[in-house]
Design a protein around this ligand. Structure first.
Ligand code: CAA
Length: 301
């Protein structure tokens, strides 16, 4: 089931939220938090990217306004709650909730978050949007395991209803309760899962995508027909190859590599995936993956 990205969500408390990393996920998450009434600061290490994300959110809200899904006042208020910071310490000062949405690399996540702990108050929730990496390891390496929690959103965040709340070995009950309340306040449905590689969703999702790639390598059917099979035969909103394009081939490869190491060979990435990533064909964000993407829509290659 999809969430309505224009739905008004009553919130109990307006929080200060910081989103670190403004790729598709960070940008979408920031849109959701700002629309839900939270003051939202964005930071990205690439110069100008956080500001570009704020502008892109403005364009998304404009579309919702045109469709009559939000009012002009709601758009205005959401935009007023959003800002782009050029220094991550400024972005994090006084934050109640931090959501890290940088690429799937444990060392990078530690490097980004660790220096910010000193400007984050002791009450700040440390959320990570990782799809598969260990919350337990991240919390331990940051030295704040009780406050570290997985807040796993789904692409596109304004539309997808689920938030997977991942409990590390030492995540406290208070942190889990706060994370669940926070997700509900965003109009999402949270599920609480144990910290195992790939959690409850990525583990199943990537297997389907990888199998579709093996079938493509074997010439079982074209990419479009493999997708059509799952769309029409199983009522998936989007076939597994189109979905891989939406999520990003690099993201899926990183998850599969991690799960191969942690769980076993059933997650070994198909050769076609690795070579497409090496060729820079990362899906929708680069304009080409298993499809060509023209004006945001998939076209058969
Ligand atoms: N931001 C905001 N809204 C968006 C959007 C975006 N990026 N993309 C689509 N929408 C909105 C559209 O505006 C449209 O809204 P209206 O109904 O108000 O017009 C609505 O979503 C439906 O969009 P479309 O009509 O363009 O197309 P669609 O009906 O095919 O839906 C889709 C698009 C919602 C993406 C749908 O195909 C879908 O649900 N696909 C599966 C997505 C999915 O499985 N995501 C999870 C990926 S895994 C993941 O993210 C986890 C991870 O860790 C990697």
């Amino acid at each position: 089931m999809s969430a309505d990205p224009g739905k008004t969500r009553p919130i109990a408390v307006s929080l200060h939220v910081t989103v670190l990393g403004t790729g598709a996920m960070g940008q979408g998450i920031a849109q959701v938090t700002a629309q839900s009434g939270h003051t939202t600061r964005l930071f990205d290490a690439a110069e100008g990217r956080a500001l570009a994300a704020v502008k892109a959110i403005g364009a998304q809200l404009e579309k919702l306004l045109t469709k009559g899904k939000i009012t002009g006042d709601q758009r205005h208020q959401a935009m007023n709650r959003l800002s782009a910071a050029t220094d991550p310490r400024d972005a994090c000062a006084g934050a109640d909730v931090v959501i890290e949405a940088v690429p799937e690399d444990m060392q990078l996540k530690v490097d980004v978050l660790k220096p910010l702990l000193e400007v984050l108050g002791p009450h700040a929730l440390i959320g990570t949007n990782t799809s598969s990496l260990s919350i337990t390891e991240l919390g331990a390496r940051l030295g704040v395991p009780e406050r570290t929690v997985g807040l796993h959103f789904f692409n596109p965040p304004p539309v997808m209803e689920l938030v997977e709340v991942v409990r590390g070995l030492s995540t406290s009950d208070t942190t889990i309760a706060r994370a669940v309340d926070f997700a509900k306040g965003l109009g999402k449905t949270p599920i609480v899962v144990r910290d195992v590689p790939g959690f409850a969703t990525s583990r199943l999702g990537v297997i389907l995508g990888a199998e579709a790639m093996h079938m493509l390598e074997m010439g079982v059917a074209s990419a479009e027909d493999i997708d059509r099979g799952m769309e029409l035969g199983y009522r998936h909103p989007m076939g597994p190859l189109k979905l891989t394009d939406l999520v990003g081939l690099d993201v899926r490869l990183a998850i599969l590599d991690h799960l191969t190491k942690e769980i076993g060979d059933q997650f070994r990435p198909p050769a076609i995936l690795r070579s497409m990533v090496r060729a820079g064909k990362l899906g929708k964000k680069t304009g080409e993956g298993f499809y060509k993407w023209v004006d945001g829509q998939p076209v058969a290659r």
